[in-house]
Design a binder for this molecule. Structure first.
Ligand SMILES: [Zn+2]
Length: 159
């Protein structure tokens, strides 16, 4: 009788890995963020990345950050996309894995959707008013915030 493999990836690596892979779908030249929503039973419920809404062409709408017509008018963040992509009912009690700490707007959607835990990787905007407000709301709502601990494991996929 053989014993089970020992070097399988952990739940955290699996779900953050899916969030990282989702981010690779983004067309944004500056920022690629991915999110993966998981049930309490460790089932993936939804995924998302930052991009334009359906029908808004990646080739016709602007990706520039400055100017009167810029991407901020049009892009939907990965967390909100993942929440909106879910058609199965309630996200009550779910966990969201996200490659960048959620902004204040996504924090509102996370709270209202019933998600109870945020596992985040990068937190490079921690000192901005936006992220400070986001954390204030998430904590007030009792959402658990947990920083993803990178294992250093490298995964190569031949796609
Ligand atoms: Zn956001």
């Amino acid at each position: 009788m053989s014993t089970k493999r020992q070097d399988y990836i952990s739940w955290d690596e699996y779900f953050m890995g899916v969030a990282m892979l989702s981010a690779m779908r983004s067309k944004d030249p500056n920022t690629q963020v991915g999110a993966c929503i998981v049930s309490e039973e460790h089932k993936i419920l939804s995924m998302g990345y930052n991009g334009f809404p359906l029908g808004c062409s990646d080739d016709e709408f602007p990706w520039n950050r400055e100017g009167e017509d810029n991407k901020y008018f049009y892009t939907t963040h990965s967390e909100l996309n993942a929440i909106l992509n879910y058609r199965g009912g309630s996200l009550e009690g779910a966990t969201i894995y996200v490659t960048l700490f959620p902004c204040n707007e996504c924090a509102k959607a996370i709270i209202q959707s019933g998600i109870r835990e945020v596992v985040y990787d990068d937190d490079k905007y921690a000192d901005t008013a936006m992220v400070i407000a986001s954390k204030k709301m998430l904590r007030a709502a009792g959402v658990t915030l947990r920083r993803y601990e990178r294992s250093g494991r490298e995964v190569r996929l031949a796609l």
